[in-house]
Design a protein around this ligand. Structure first.
Ligand SMILES: [Fe+2]
Length: 444
């Protein structure tokens, strides 16, 4: 921890531009092969009897829903299944899922699926527990930004992919159809009560899904590690009211710990996990790193690669995702829409915290012994590009259908994502965002 005290201003309260303190809230999780079979015992300990089990059409035919349902029923719970969660959820699909929750009068929820399913379940739980229009709780200025009043009903989250970390975040993201943009709800009350993270689910993930999920997790960790320090972020509340401290509080000593470990594990395992489908150990490692990276970014917050990704996925024209994703409409998978921006971003942010960028590259496996701090951003970018090439990832935004002529529109669409953009270590304008998009068009 070369300069942690200086980086975070631990020498004292005086002179802080931002919040001198940070908070840590994590949920209970279980990790290990076969742990989905514990669902019933966790439901029982949480007092759940009448359960709404949320999943989607892709997952419902895999063995995991049946495993979890059997375990819940063996524990004496009644289970009603909702399988209409959407892969890219919208305000419409969130509302439909909430109506099922309201009608079902459940006393607890279980989600079995990817981040979209888990996010949908959080929203359904919220709207069934504290009824209001969805937009009341959505982040301002797009929504009203009303605080979630208190604890929700218990929710056991069972991820079937290995990237989003949604099982350990208090975030639910969706497409707001009327605005054609991604937005969401953030609250520590939406943290699932339990997460059951079973690496055996990676058996059924295609290499392309593991690649995109793995890069999503990598980016959660890397953005958290290079985020603006909590002590240097503009404080959004007065005095010492810790309950008002935002979840995206900036980099801190605790999130650094998770980021380092996630980057180290992903650096050692991502290429193996994608390129050798028989390497179950590497795939399990990616599942674990995604869990840790999820807790990390839930605590610190992401920044530019994620802020820019929502425009990349939202303006998609005709890019068909690789095998393993739904093929019925054009789509840039989330992890892909994030990491394609990343080398361009770190070339820009490197100068804001060069030692941190060099450290991050080293955790990912780069040799930085001869690197100069003035090259820090480039060193990170090179390592990311090396990993992208090693798993046959698209070569920048060009490869998913964009050209430099789209940069202004992409920037226009990304700029409202101020919650994440302001977490970046350097300030950006719409014009500099457009330059970052231009820099992300082609890498090799
Ligand atoms: Fe993400």
């Amino acid at each position: 921890m070369y300069t942690c005290c200086r980086y975070y201003g631990l020498e004292g309260l005086a002179g802080h531009e931002g919040d001198a303190s940070f908070s840590v809230e994590v949920n209970h999780f279980t990790f290990g092969p076969g742990c989905l079979r514990e669902a019933g015992s966790h439901a029982r300990s949480l007092g759940m009897k009448r359960i709404g089990l949320y999943t989607d059409k892709l997952v419902r035919d895999l063995p995991y829903v049946a495993t979890v349902k059997r375990s819940l029923e063996a524990a004496g719970c009644s289970v009603e299944i909702y399988w209409e969660c959407e892969v890219e959820p919208t305000d419409r699909s969130f509302r439909a899922a909430a109506q099922f929750a309201i009608d079902g009068q459940f006393d607890g929820f279980v989600s079995v699926g990817g981040g979209s399913v888990i996010d949908t379940t959080k929203a359904a739980n919220l709207l069934a527990t504290y009824p209001a229009d969805l937009m009341a709780y959505v982040n301002a200025p797009i929504g009203e930004g009303r605080a979630v009043p208190g604890a929700l009903k218990p929710h056991i989250a069972c991820p079937t992919t290995c990237g989003t970390g949604s099982e350990v975040t208090g975030i639910a993201i969706f497409d707001l159809l009327s605005h054609q943009c991604k937005t969401g709800i953030l609250s520590r009350h939406m943290l699932p009560s339990r997460a059951l993270v079973d690496p055996d689910v990676t058996h059924t993930l295609s290499p392309a899904i593991i690649a995109a999920n793995g890069f999503d997790a990598l980016s959660h960790a890397l953005e958290s590690y290079t985020a603006r320090p909590h002590s240097a972020k503009a404080k959004t509340y007065d005095g010492f009211d810790g309950a008002k401290r935002p979840m995206n509080q900036g980099a801190n000593l605790w999130s650094d710990m998770g980021a380092r470990e996630s980057l180290r594990i992903i650096g050692q395992n991502l290429v193996r996990a994608v390129n050798d489908p028989s390497d179950q150990q590497a795939k399990g490692a990616i599942m674990y790193s995604a869990l840790i990276a999820g807790m990390t970014f839930s605590n610190a917050g992401c920044h530019l690669p994620h802020g820019m990704s929502y425009a990349v996925s939202g303006l998609v024209r005709d890019f068909k995702p690789p095998q393993g994703y739904p093929q019925d409409q054009p789509m840039v998978p989330h992890g892909m829409s994030v990491v394609l921006n990343a080398p361009s971003v770190y070339r820009f942010t490197g100068e804001a915290a060069p030692e941190r960028h060099l450290e991050a590259a080293r955790f990912l496996g780069a040799n930085v012994s001869d690197a100069n701090v003035t090259d820090a951003g480039e060193v990170v970018a090179k390592k990311l590009i090396e990993l992208m090439r090693a798993v046959n990832f698209p070569n920048g935004l060009n490869a998913v259908g964009y050209t430099e002529a789209d940069a202004d529109e992409l920037a226009e669409r990304a700029f409202p994502q101020q919650r994440v953009i302001k977490n970046a270590p350097r300030d950006v304008t719409k014009a500099s965002l457009a330059e970052l998009f231009k820099g992300a068009m082609r890498y090799w």
